[in-house]
Design a protein around this ligand. Sequence first.
Ligand code: CU
Length: 211
Amino acid sequence: MMRLLLTILAASAAVAMLPAHAGALAATATDKTGAMMSNVVIYATPADGAALPPAAAHATASISQENLQFTPYVTVVRTGTAIRFPNNDKIEHHVKSFSSAKEFEYKIYDKGTPPPVVFDKPGVVIVYCMLHGWMRAYVLVVDTPHFNKTMETGMTMLEGLPDGTYEVRAWHPDMGTVRQPLLQRVKISGGVPQPLAFDFDFVPKKLKGPK
Ligand SMILES: [Cu+2]
């Protein structure tokens, strides 16, 4: 009986760890022609000053070099995340960023994974390979744990958003560091996912590959 009681207490404690009221956001992104857009980063920050949960102590991500491309093309991380850049090709790459949010460089290397780079400032970081002009990756560093990016379907979900009002931004790599993300305010109050549509006024550039 005692054991059962303890189990019930433990279970209710676990439930109490979750936000009392949490909802979700179902975002879609379309381009100027109405076509669905992938690789759009959607991120939400509390508009009502609500505190964010602390960042994970050792958040990591990975951007690999594979078949003469960076994979994935677009990465979104919370400020403080360490990103590794493994080279899975049999040839050399020279990885470099000139972006003010994070300048770094891995001189020519052809195997293994160099030490990770900690992305400690919010902003857009463009990653180049100095040997292969078409190779490019984008990292958007954001001050919130509530983010995702749209899939081929142009859709994505942000889940586990505590109830409240949010500023939701949508950014595509073609906007670079210059253009501001699209912005909408939305109120989350549990229940069914809140739909939110972002309509961009351009058509994404075609990605370049090895010639
Ligand atoms: Cu390269």
